[in-house]
Design a protein around this ligand. Structure first.
Ligand SMILES: [Zn+2]
Length: 796
């Protein structure tokens, strides 16, 4: 008998279902005409994004203050009375900054716990990011949702707090300031945080819970968001990313739980000039609004005091809905999977519709497909990096043509599957071959049930596909339509991960997509395996793959739409009185070569005091250049006394030019005790930011040129040996330099100190003030020192 007479129809039906899975993941349009004032309007939110993202507004920039004032006014326009919370914090990773939070409160009728709406308003420093997605999109989502909420005069029990936090990009400092020092922090029962790590794609809900998630999952479901996209495996993946959000601080320091809503696609735009209004996908912003507006209305009246739970749930989204079940179901479902698969196989043997030797042979095409597809993709991506060395310039590890490579390698993997799943002309050989993938999936699910319970929903496609085998062994017939219907769980649950892994974690994980493609193909063997002329199917997918590689090749160059990131720093070593041009780039271009020359030296000598960068980037090349007359900071030892077996220090570092950042390093292993910086106590350093053995004590991001005052002690047997790195972000605008503008096909490399004038020196007292080349600047600093005296008193 023929099992499948409709390969084309099967294929088209599966394609249609797959399109639906992605189509219904997020809104596909937004209101382009004037929407009702009673509703969230993406169009109105976009106008706010446009205003906020006109210019970079990183902490310490002029425009940062402009945006802060704009947001205060926006909240006032809503009839609220915003307040400013300002103060220094020294965060987990050693980031010191005076941040300025904007806080507003909408009083509820009988509040027990408050709902906090959170987004940060600072943009990333160093790389001229206008911060349209990150995080004007979040701020605008909140402003527009609150506007509609107030317009409707919604009655609500809970207080609603709005926090536009500051300095998220530097070290989550604004959130830390709020959680540790704001009196309202104690009232918060739940946080909704809006974030971005790209500029398009669906927004994923990522939960932050300290204990079990069961009540949080239930609360989220009760909120009835239109396009919920989340699953319990995603949170585990999220924790693997080198990203924290403000909500991490709430959870860790404040024991406050919450939901993040973050979009991550087109990661290459993140923290660059290209994080601009034009690149923010309006449908993505509509997705953020589609979360907040219903959730705000729900949580404004929900009980926020019982979100803690000891139980955990497995959860995942299906188109337009959300499914969850308790962890206690994991083992029973796994047992059901085993029982079904083995019962059907033994029935098949009994009825002689399956043969044990053919079933065992089924492992050959599966393992060959896994090894070849996974191996070719793994090696293939590395070869592509050799062939296109420019891909290394994109530190995000997701190139402009990254999506093409995902589809190309997935197509190639499918081609490989069709090639190895040739049947020898034997009747229904695909049903014999089907046991192998089902068995492998069952083994994987044993591992998941033990080590990665959040991924336990992956048993569902296995159970569904097992039914294809069941129907066949019981009826000796296989219906293409029923098989396609039973394939739906695989398409809904597994297919999105094939795309999400490399988007979320970088293209170096493309081989993961290839392996997952083969595993998904395995669950659909009764469908695809029954196709006749599989060589042709293989050839079609192979050609499709080639076409996609060609397409990727055609967009592998740099243009104004796909600009090359590059970096340039002027570095003066005050200890040796030498100056250098230096860069983080591996591939120099005509702009960087203009300063570094055609044959620059390796820059390892400059990497002794490693400045923090997200991906551990170091200076690559350097070139000598004449000294400029750059004012070095004034370093005063306000205190240097012996007390018992401790030597007590108070050191004041005052800039003598407009600067943005101080990094202080410990040049020997002397342990610093009781460090207090500008009145802020050090939190125990445990973050990976400080763990690079670079001896970094802190990074101080400077606002209004306010001096740095360090108080600490060391053992009297130790010798104090500190290094200071002073940076200003004005290399392109400083009148002492004539650095030309980047070409239109270049942007500043994100995540590294860039476009900066840097001075490195030992921290030694500067005894003679007359040496100071700019006495008028010094006088200004004297004035600011007076304004500091209040804080100084509180230090002592
Ligand atoms: Zn952000």
């Amino acid at each position: 008998m023929k099992t499948n007479q409709n390969p084309i129809l099967s294929f088209l039906l599966l394609l249609l279902i797959l399109s639906g899975v992605f189509y219904f993941m997020m809104p596909q349009k937004y209101d382009t005409t004037e929407a009702s004032l009673a509703e969230f309007s993406t169009k109105r939110a976009l106008e706010k994004v446009k205003t906020i993202s006109q210019k970079p507004h990183f902490v310490g920039s002029k425009n940062h203050e402009v945006i802060a004032q704009y947001l205060v006014n926006e909240l006032k326009n809503l009839g609220l009375s915003p307040t400013i919370q300002e103060g220094f914090t020294l965060s987990d990773g050693g980031t010191l900054v005076k941040s300025k939070n904007i806080v507003a409160k909408i009083k509820g009728n009988s509040s027990n716990k408050a709902l906090l709406l959170l987004s940060h308003y600072d943009s990333a420093p160093h790389s001229f990011s206008p911060g349209a997605s990150d995080d004007a999109s979040g701020v605008a989502t909140i402003l527009e949702s609150v506007r509609a909420f107030l317009y409707n005069k919604t009655q609500h029990k809970n207080d609603i707090l709005i926090l536009f936090s500051d300095a998220e990009e530097l070290g989550l400092n604004g959130a830390a300031l709020f959680v540790t020092q704001h009196q309202l922090a104690k009232e918060v029962g739940l946080v909704l945080n809006f974030e971005a790590r790209g500029s398009s794609g669906p927004s994923y809900m990522l939960m932050e819970t300290n204990k079990g998630n069961a009540n949080m999952v239930k609360a989220f479901i009760d909120g009835k968001a239109d396009y919920p996209v989340s699953n319990s495996l995603m949170y585990s993946i999220y924790k693997m990313l080198p990203n924290d959000t403000d909500l991490t601080v709430f959870r860790e320091s404040g024991k406050i739980q919450g939901f993040n809503f973050a979009f991550i696609d087109n990661h290459f735009n993140y923290h660059t000039e290209k994080d601009n209004f034009e690149n923010l996908n309006p449908n993505t912003l509509a997705h953020q609004g589609s979360y907040l507006f219903p959730l705000l209305n729900h949580f404004a009246n929900a009980d926020l005091s019982n979100l803690d739970s000891d139980d955990d749930d497995v959860y995942f989204n299906i188109p337009l809905a959300f499914v969850s079940y308790p962890f206690s179901w994991i083992v029973p479902m796994l047992i059901i999977g085993f029982v079904l698969v083995f019962t059907f196989v033994f029935i098949g043997f009994g009825k002689h519709v399956l043969r044990i030797d053919e079933v065992l042979k089924g492992f050959i095409p599966l393992l060959l497909s896994l090894i070849v597809a996974g191996g070719i993709t793994y090696i293939g991506w590395r070869l592509l990096l050799e062939f296109y060395p420019q891909y290394q310039d994109i530190l995000h590890k997701f190139t402009y043509n990254g999506h093409d490579y995902i589809y190309a390698f997935v197509s190639l993997s499918i081609a490989i599957c069709f090639l190895f799943y040739q049947n020898s002309g034997k009747r229904n050989s695909e049903m014999n071959q089907f046991f192998a993938p089902l068995f492998l999936w069952l083994l994987l699910n044993i591992g998941i049930a033990i080590y990665l319970k959040g991924a336990a929903f992956l048993i569902i496609p296995v159970i569904s596909s097992a039914l294809m085998l069941g129907i066949y062994v019981l009826t000796q017939k296989s219906n293409w339509l029923i098989n396609c219907i039973l394939a739906i769980p695989t398409l809904i649950i597994i297919a999105p991960f094939i795309q999400m892994f490399p988007i979320g974690l970088g293209l170096q994980l493309l081989f993961g997509s290839a392996i997952l493609t083969v595993l998904a193909f395995g669950l659909l063997v009764p469908v695809f395996g029954s196709f006749s002329k599989k060589v042709i199917w293989s050839a079609v997918f192979f050609l499709l793959s080639i076409g996609l590689f060609v397409k990727a090749h055609q967009t592998s160059d740099y243009t104004a739409e796909r600009p090359k990131p590059n970096s340039l720093v002027y570095l003066h070593d005050a200890n040796t009185n030498k100056s250098y041009w230096t860069t983080y780039d591996k591939n120099l271009d005509e702009w960087t070569k203009g300063y570094l020359g055609e044959n620059p030296k390796e820059a390892s000598a400059l990497n002794t005091n490693k400045l923090y960068s997200k991906y551990g980037s170091q200076f690559t090349f350097m070139n000598d250049t004449p000294n400029k007359n750059i004012a070095t900071p004034t370093i005063e030892f306000l205190r240097d006394t012996l007390q018992g077996n401790q030597r007590l220090y108070s050191i004041k570092i005052t800039p003598n030019r407009a600067v943005n950042r101080y990094d202080v390093f410990n040049a020997n292993n002397a342990k610093l005790h009781n460090l207090v910086a500008n009145g802020a106590k050090a939190i125990d350093f445990k973050s990976n930011i400080s763990g690079s053995n670079s001896g970094k004590i802190l990074s101080y991001y400077i606002v209004d040129n306010e001096p740095l005052i360090l108080n600490f002690s060391i053992s009297k047997n130790d010798k104090l040996d500190l290094n200071l790195v002073e940076s200003s972000f004005d290399l392109l605008s400083n009148p002492q330099f004539t650095v030309t503008k980047r070409k239109d096909w270049m942007i500043s490399t994100p995540f590294v100190l860039n476009n900066a004038i840097v001075i490195r020196q030992k921290i030694k007292p500067t005894p003679v003030l007359e040496d100071n080349p700019k006495p008028q600047l010094y006088r200004r600093n004297v004035a600011s020192r007076d304004s500091l005296s209040v804080r100084n008193d509180s230090l002592r």
